[in-house]
Design a protein around this ligand. Structure first.
Ligand code: AMP
Ligand code: GLY
Length: 434
């Protein structure tokens, strides 16, 4: 069977790599893919953009694709799955109605309220004066979010009243985020530790994947501007067995039942971005209608089961937890980005040091890369995500950074502390034991 992966980032390279290892799969097509997928055995890039839904439908029909997996949110929000299904093509990802959970933050917040899913108190506005009046009564810091899709960058945590006002004016008056910022959500700032909880959903059943934690801020110690994600690791120790049960009971089941009650059939990845407070209580920061990037990279590097076989079961109503077998080791993924990211950055920088790094314990997944006359050059802000397995998070971290050290291009940078919370927990554990 042929499998089509829609997208061209690090998540899509990991999906393509994993799908190509399935005994059910003859070839993986990646549209449009990147240099990593171009070089991956069993994978072929096709020059069709991830947002070109007509082109993708045509491609899937021409190539008799048996399963398509959609990486990014934009085509999902635009209804790619509805179009594929209308043509009788299997497409793993929610319909446009389900993807609104990610496509509109105010829709998502109303959904949480309707189905009693714990989240921060909020209010949505499209009028500057009304937003200002609401803010005047709220504690600082406060969180201001562009309602629509903004590639993970439309969330501002304002620590002062001036910053909050400037952000509101930027979104509502100066249209800094274009149409995505025409409506803003203002919500209370939550404290705690974040975790990503991603599950496969088939309309009624929920099959949770291994937990993970992303690092959204650009700089060490979670400082600097928000990005699409500078690194991730799995599992996330903050999601203990008890916390896992609370997430399933209070967030995932109510969400899947709520979608069904609202008349939305949801098949796809369902990703809850959570804040876990000091008592282990989860609250939802956001829902995404897709796999996380960069969470996909360490999660899939730990997955021993055949992903394609499991996804196919979601079409037959047989999703079953027993199907997933995980490498018990920890996996850390470090993103290397282009100088200037998440603001402006240069492209077309030749990347050196990539050869010979991949092994059973290390893998360099590509994101913003392309082949230029056989050379790998940069073509995006997040360029690579190097993942490594280890018996502890510290070991996995050490191994990932040892690989990252060997890779270079002009302007490359990365955070040096991916996994630091889990490493600190390990160190506290070791101190308590000794
Ligand atoms: P979102 O895209 O909504 O997940 O927000 C991006 C990032 O902003 C999150 O991963 C958090 O680090 C932070 N964030 C969002 N909402 C809140 C909140 N209510 N309280 C604290 N941090 C938040
Ligand atoms: N890593 C965050 C996201 O995929 O939205």
């Amino acid at each position: 069977m042929k499998v089509l992966i829609v997208g061209g980032g690090g998540r899509e390279h990991a999906l393509a790599w994993k799908a190509a290892r399935s005994p059910l799969v003859s070839e993986v097509l990646c549209a449009p893919g990147n240099a990593g997928t171009a070089l991956e055995p069993g994978v072929r890039n096709v020059e069709v953009g991830a947002d070109d839904i007509d082109g993708l439908v045509g491609l899937a029909k021409d190539e008799s694709v048996g399963l398509s997996i959609v990486g990014p949110e934009q085509p999902l929000v635009e209804g790619i799955t509805d179009r594929f299904e209308a043509e009788g093509l299997k497409c793993f990802g929610p319909s446009a109605s389900g993807a609104r959970l990610e496509g509109s933050k105010s829709f998502a917040k109303d959904f949480f309220a309707r189905h009693d899913i714990p989240t921060a108190d909020y209010e949505a506005f499209d009028d500057l004066e009304a937003a200002r009046r609401y803010l005047a009564g709220r504690p600082l810091p406060t969180v201001i979010k562009a309602d629509g899709l903004a590639a993970g960058k439309g969330v501002i945590i304002a620590h002062t009243a001036e910053e909050a006002d400037r952000t509101l004016r930027g979104m509502l008056e100066e249209h800094d985020f274009g149409d995505a910022g025409k409506t803003v959500v203002i919500e209370d700032f939550l404290r705690g530790e974040e975790a990503s909880f991603i599950a496969l959903v088939d309309g009624t059943r929920i099959l949770p994947l291994a937990s993970s934690q992303d690092h959204k801020a650009r700089d060490d110690g979670d400082r600097g501007p928000n990005t699409g994600g500078m690194g991730a690791y799995s599992p996330a120790p903050v999601v203990s067995g008890e916390v896992n049960d609370r997430i399933m009971d209070q967030v995932m089941r109510p969400a899947v039942e709520g979608l069904a009650a609202d008349g939305i059939h949801y098949r796809g990845f369902l990703y809850a971005g959570l804040m876990i407070d000091e008592h282990g209580a989860p609250r939802v920061l956001e829902f995404n209608c897709r796999f996380g990037d960069p969470e996909t990279q360490p999660i899939l590097f730990r997955l021993r089961s055949d992903l394609v076989a499991v996804l196919l079961e979601s079409f037959g109503g047989a999703l079953d937890e027993a199907d997933l077998d995980w490498d018990p080791r920890a996996c850390v993924g470090v993103v290397m980005a282009a100088g200037g990211y998440p603001a402006g950055y240069e492209k077309n920088k030749p990347i050196t040091g990539l050869d010979g790094l991949d092994s059973d314990t290390v893998k360099v997944f590509h994101a913003g890369t392309r082949l230029d006359a056989g050379r790998v050059v940069t073509s995006g802000g997040r360029v690579l995500c190097t993942v490594a397995l280890g018996d502890s998070v510290s070991k996995a971290q050490e191994r990932a950074y040892a690989a990252v050290e060997k890779i270079d291009w002009e302007g490359a940078f990365c955070r040096s502390d991916i996994g630091y919370r889990a490493v600190a927990r390990e160190e506290r554990g070791a101190n308590q034991a000794s």
